[in-house]
Design a protein around this ligand. Structure first.
Ligand code: UD1
Length: 435
């Protein structure tokens, strides 16, 4: 398994292009199943999760074509679901990526049947999909759970319904948005997720011919139509990648411009950074991040659904706060078990104590390099952020987690002066060479 070696201390300076948003690209790719015409997606990032979704769609019978950047998906991905022959999303693919469950709604809505493996537990808690299933049942679907699979069927079309979600769920809102677009009659989603990625999906569905009101609010009304058509659509910039590089620039005392980044998707993050003494300002091309003189200041954060502070930025913020002046409290309200970066940051000298869903961080002046283990996507990038400011060498193991969500991380960081390299399996570290 590849590792990443970082030697900390260099302030990041320069320009980093922000890729298309992974969490927008995944549902947008699934949306191709709603039409027999071609969906042309631009700004698709080249990431392991995108490859998994491409494999999943291909085995359903979707024809995929990439253009613009060799074999990379980076520029344009065209998807055509005219010849869907297989309605099963198998365990091998679903277990590697929960977002595979996003094919459930579209397959059911267009073909009246879908068989999708249950995702099972994952590293950041149990993450059930009961809300997706209950809402589809309310729209008339028959759902059985057998041998680890969801078997969903409907004779004729799904029927519009009023769906009242108990919690805010990004994935459930997306699955129902797609299903309702082809349902008979009106569907109203109450307590809908408002994340920019949900809005991106809704905007693309409208471009495909769907009738949707209330995009960006917590109540969305969808008038079902009989069929949707293909269209070109450009995916928004990744707000989590933006926030991650902002934390990296801030922790190193750097000055970085993040090309294509959009402030309106990061208001809560920008406000938190400002409180911590980090300046994020808009430029004609994106956002500029820099730390004024002095140490980062401790702040308290609580993760909540959009537009509040996102759970996908919690680990990166904690890395930054581990070198802040004073204490900080980070509270996670959305996911259980999402503090797996804490023991690893502690190995680097951070002083963090966990109390249930909260972490108390007492800032230290300097972190130290160490061998650490990546455990999930955002936890891994938080270790890279900490390593950029740590004294000496950090080696991050299991970087396949990073490859799920960060495109060309080493290249983007090294262009700004970071000392970072990938060690393909087997290549020795400085420490093992010295031993
Ligand atoms: C998406 C994002 C993920 C982000 C999360 C919250 C993608 C591919 N992933 O995940 O990066 O961290 O939103 O912003 O877009 N829940 C239920 N029952 C359900 C569905 C969800 O109880 O049927 C719970 C979850 O366990 C969690 C909360 O609702 O506690 C929010 O989860 P949800 O918004 O659905 O997350 P995902 O869509 O899986």
């Amino acid at each position: 398994m590849d590792k990443i070696r970082i030697i900390g201390g260099a302030p990041l300076k320069g320009v980093i292009p922000i890729s298309g948003a992974k969490n927008a690209a995944l549902p947008l790719m699934a949306a191709c199943l709603l039409t027999d015409e071609t969906l042309h997606l631009a700004n698709v990032p080249y990431l392991a999760d995108i490859v998994t979704m491409a494999k999943l769609l291909a085995q359903h019978g979707v024809a995929l074509n990439t253009s613009g950047d060799g074999n990379r998906f980076g520029r344009m991905l065209s998807l055509n679901a005219a010849q869907v022959t297989n309605f099963t999303a198998p365990y091998e693919l679903v277990r590697t990526m929960r977002a595979s469950v996003l094919v459930l709604g579209p397959l059911l809505a267009r073909f009246g049947q879908a068989r999708v493996s249950l995702p099972g537990g994952c590293a950041i808690g149990t993450r059930p999909i009961d809300m997706h299933l209950k809402a589809l049942q309310e729209m008339g679907a028959e759902i059985d759970l057998q041998e680890g699979y969801i078997d969903a069927r409907i004779s004729g079309r799904l029927k519009g319904a009023v769906i009242q979600f108990d919690k805010v769920s990004v994935g459930a809102t997306e699955n129902i948005l797609m299903s309702a677009s082809l349902a008979k009659g009106e569907t109203v989603i109450r307590n809908a997720a408002r994340e920019p990625e949900v809005c991106d999906l809704a905007h693309c569905l409208v471009a495909m011919g769907a009738k949707i009101d209330g995009i960006g609010s917590d109540e969305i009304a969808i008038q079902g139509v009989e069929s949707l058509h293909g269209c070109p659509y450009t995916i928004i910039a990744d707000r989590v990648e933006t926030g991650s590089f902002a934390a990296a620039a801030a922790i190193t005392g750097g000055d970085v411009e993040l090309l294509g980044a959009r402030a309106e998707h990061l208001q809560a993050v920008i406000a938190t950074f400002a409180e911590a003494g980090i300046e994020i300002s808009e430029t004609p091309r994106g956002l500029r991040v820099r730390r004024a003189n002095g140490r980062v200041q401790g702040v308290d954060i609580m993760t909540q659904p959009y537009p509040a502070f996102p759970p996908d930025m919690q680990a990166q913020m904690m890395a930054l706060l581990s070198v802040a002046e004073g204490a900080s409290m980070v509270t996670e309200t959305i996911f259980e078990n999402r503090f797996m970066h804490v023991p690893e940051l502690t190995r680097m000298g951070a002083r963090i104590v966990l109390h249930g869903a909260s972490a108390m961080i007492r800032g230290v002046p300097q972190l130290r390099g160490a061998e650490v283990m990546a455990t999930d996507l955002r936890a891994s990038v938080s270790l890279a952020i900490a390593a950029l400011a740590a004294e000496g060498e950090t080696v991050i193991h299991r970087v396949y987690h990073l490859d799920r969500g960060y495109e060309r991380l080493e290249e983007k960081l090294s262009q700004c002066g970071a000392q970072i390299e990938r060690l393909p399996s087997g290549k020795p570290t400085l420490k093992s060479e010295a031993a």
